[in-house]
Write a protein that binds this ligand. Structure first.
Ligand SMILES: NC(=O)c1ccc[n+]([C@@H]2O[C@H](COP(=O)([O-])OP(=O)(O)OC[C@H]3O[C@@H](n4cnc5c(N)ncnc54)[C@H](O)[C@@H]3O)[C@@H](O)[C@H]2O)c1
Length: 357
């Protein structure tokens, strides 16, 4: 394994923080670029009381050290950095990287995806600038992981009548057909996958695209449904509000499983193609509430909020291709995963949030 540093764009977000936790045992320096538009400052999630030392460098990089571990943080919009690097203006003295995980993206949950599609469309600019840099300077990173999304799949396959497990082949660029992705968020992810496909085919880059379904876990922003519901349950609200009817179904996958799969996929896929990260199990929001109620040991009415945006009716993964690539997986059970989210919600309500690190 290469000892060159790792770069994570958007590393202060939900997936990024859990990815960093998963990478720390490798003891390879990690660089993070994040504008903190939705992410949290490393001072908060690294838990500085826990033995981490901090040094602010003159060029604006903040370095954190603990034993043999080093994390270098640049608080900036990634777009100007990508453009500067394309022009060889390396103001932050970025090194060459072994792995580059591109997570920086405006996501923000359903209300953002439906409510401000032009802001979310800015993801197209971020992604295209990244690929310009990487293809102009091909020694920048040995391997790249592009975080796409299940939102890239055609929405017409995600309606109520017949549940369709979404297969990788439903998005095909070399002569295959393409459907209508989910809002500008899905369009930008599908375009990012196309850029990845070309980055391998025309420029020879090692690149893998992942399509996570509904990742959930501790320390996720409460603009997402699972932590939002957990908080309502932990506060013993009655009734418990749910957006829409609550019968919408998703493929919920625990965040540590997402991270394990991302790391495995990068070892196996090099040609820019996309792979699902899902469990293949369809669960409604009402079922999530039932599990939480059981874990919390109380009962409450459910109040549906029909005016809230809910997105597609059903979205879940076909896992056959994933298992073919990385082998069959034992996923965290919904009960165990939701228990961790509920414990985290309690810890936050009591002002003693559980630290990931
Ligand atoms: N969480 C999931 O279940 C899920 C599902 C599908 C896809 N994804 C993808 O995984 C990636 C990470 O998702 P997440 O859940 O951690 O989201 P998140 O919003 O928690 O993290 C995104 C991070 O990117 C940063 N960011 C946004 N725009 C930036 C910019 N221009 N420059 C620098 N930093 C910027 C934010 O501050 C944030 O820290 C995203 O690309 C997302 O589309 C996640």
């Amino acid at each position: 394994m290469s000892r060159k540093p790792i770069l994570i764009t958007g590393g202060c977000g939900f997936v990024g923080r859990h990815l960093i936790k998963g990478l720390l045992p490798r003891k390879i320096p990690i660089w993070v670029i994040d504008d903190l538009s939705t992410g949290k400052h490393p001072d908060v999630w690294l838990n500085l009381k826990n033995g981490w030392k901090k040094r602010e460098r003159r060029n604006g990089v903040i370095s954190y050290y603990k034993e043999e571990i080093e994390i270098n943080f640049i608080q900036s919009n990634a777009l100007p950095i990508f453009l500067d690097m394309t022009d060889k203006t390396n103001r932050y003295s970025l090194p060459c990287f072994s792995d580059l995980f591109h997570l920086a993206s405006i996501v923000g949950g359903r209300s953002m995806i439906d409510g401000d599609p032009m802001l979310v469309g800015f993801d197209l600019a971020i992604d295209s600038a990244l690929f310009l840099w990487l293809t102009r300077h091909r020694d920048t990173a040995e391997r790249i992981l592009y975080a796409s999304s299940s939102a890239a799949y055609p929405t017409q396959l995600q309606v109520n009548s017949v549940p369709v497990a979404l297969k990788e082949e439903f998005i095909k660029f070399d002569g295959g057909s393409l459907g209508q992705p989910d809002m500008t968020y899905g369009w930008s992810k599908m375009t990012g996958e196309y850029l990845s496909f070309l980055a391998h085919q025309r420029y020879g880059l090692h690149i893998a695209c992942v399509r996570p379904f509904s990742g959930y876990g501790e320390d996720q922003d409460i603009s997402y449904p699972v932590p939002a519901i957990a908080r309502r349950i932990a506060m013993r609200k009655n009734p418990i509000e749910v957006w829409g009817s609550g019968r919408q179904g998703r493929d919920f996958i625990y965040i540590d499983d997402v991270i394990d799969i991302m790391l495995l996929v990068l070892d196996k896929i090099y040609n820019g193609r996309g792979i699902n990260i899902g469990t293949g199990r369809l669960t409604s929001f009402l079922e999530i509430i039932e599990v939480f109620k059981k874990l919390e040991g109380y009962d409450a009415e459910i109040q549906s909020l029909p005016d809230k945006p809910v997105g597609v009716q059903l979205r879940f993964a076909d896992t056959s291709e994933l298992f073919k690539v990385i082998g069959k997986q034992n996923f965290t059970s919904l009960e165990n995963g939701l228990k961790k989210v509920l414990d985290f919600a309690h810890s936050e309500i009591n002002n003693k949030p559980i630290s990931l690190f």
